[in-house]
Design a protein around this ligand. Structure first.
Ligand SMILES: [Zn+2]
Length: 137
């Protein structure tokens, strides 16, 4: 029988373990480069601009705006098939990084979603990790 639960990260995961551990405390973490100041996301072991491995971890306020989105109306996966229609969005956080996530809490995504919409992180708890989803702010 197919697993109808939401797919979650599996561990050990060297580059993203700290990110996922912080989600349990509802901290949306991103990195900044000590050498060049770039914002780095998703979490990894080096700066994507200069290659430095000197990265600091920071906590986002979890607020941003929708860069773009799509509305998924069909999905063959046992979990996601129960979620349609749902919004898959690229959200630009105010600290300067972009995350791929869902915008939830809309009565009618086709009517209510807009590019540029302000959103705020909404945590979906799964024990040792939480998923950063977003709701309209
Ligand atoms: Zn750098």
């Amino acid at each position: 029988m197919p697993d109808a639960s939401r797919p979650l990260p599996s561990f050990p995961e060297p580059d993203t373990q700290a990110f996922w551990s912080a989600t349990a405390a509802h901290e949306l973490r991103y990195q900044t480069c000590r050498a060049c100041g770039s914002v780095v996301f998703y979490p990894r072991g080096h700066c994507t601009k200069c290659g430095s491995r000197e990265l600091d971890s920071r906590v986002s306020r979890g607020e941003g705006s929708v860069y773009t989105y799509t509305i998924v109306r069909q999905n063959g996966h046992p979990f996601f098939s129960t979620q349609v229609p749902y919004v898959l969005a690229l959200v630009d956080l105010d600290e300067g990084f972009r995350i791929y996530s869902n915008v939830i809490g809309l009565d009618d995504p086709g009517r209510d979603m807009q590019v540029g919409m302000r959103v705020r992180v909404a945590w979906e708890d799964h024990g040792e990790v939480a998923l950063p989803l977003f709701r309209p702010a």
